[in-house]
Unconditional design. Sequence first.
Length: 259
Amino acid sequence: MRALITAFIIAATLLAAQPVEVDLELVLATDFSRSMDYGDLVTQRLGYAEALTSPDVIEAIEGGMIGRIAVTYVEWADAKRQRVLVDWTLIDDLEDAKSIAARLVRETGGTVRETSISSGLVFAAGRFADSPFTAFRQVIDISGDGPNNDGIPVTIARDAVIAQGITINGLPLMIDTSDPVWHLSDLDTYYRECVIGGPGAFVLPVFGWEQFPDAIRRKLILEIAGLSPRFTTDGPIPAAAYDCLIGEKIRDRRRGIRN
């Protein structure tokens, strides 16, 4: 009898340790570098909270083969600073989504000087190793308002991430900034050619904060459904097509002026 009880306990423990299957594991990776002031951070978090709880997004989640996804929300800045605002959370109905939204709304925290998209991607990819879920599709949804200017080159990080079978989608924030030195008028092209990659990867630019919640909602629906808008890429574009070190070159010019 004792042997049967022991066997039952072992079996139950092993079963409990098995990852929960979901349709999608999604890392929402957002910029909190100095170019994003506190108001921008709040607007960004509110936009994600609003999108995650929208009826269209919930319908997309419930319409999946399994009917649930797993989400974690992180913020990134320079090469040394990344933070997890919401750890891996299961969403299979509106109440789950509301719990994430509530945590995003009440979070606080300031910004950090540099912009390291590359470190943000590496950190986001590492989140999958800590996930208690499993899915056929793993996606990093990364948003930011400027080019990489800290850490390793963004293309090196991108290639390493997509080599793991992870898709990177981009949400470039092409919004007027008080610091025109770092502003790229073709940030959407930079993201498309230097940041995103993997099967069906796409870029969805935002041209004003008033567009942000709707853009996030649309992006989430596409990612949950495994669809893509018109601009997609199945892998990295040759470096010769665009200067993917533009951010580092701007940084070096600024340092030269100071010296």
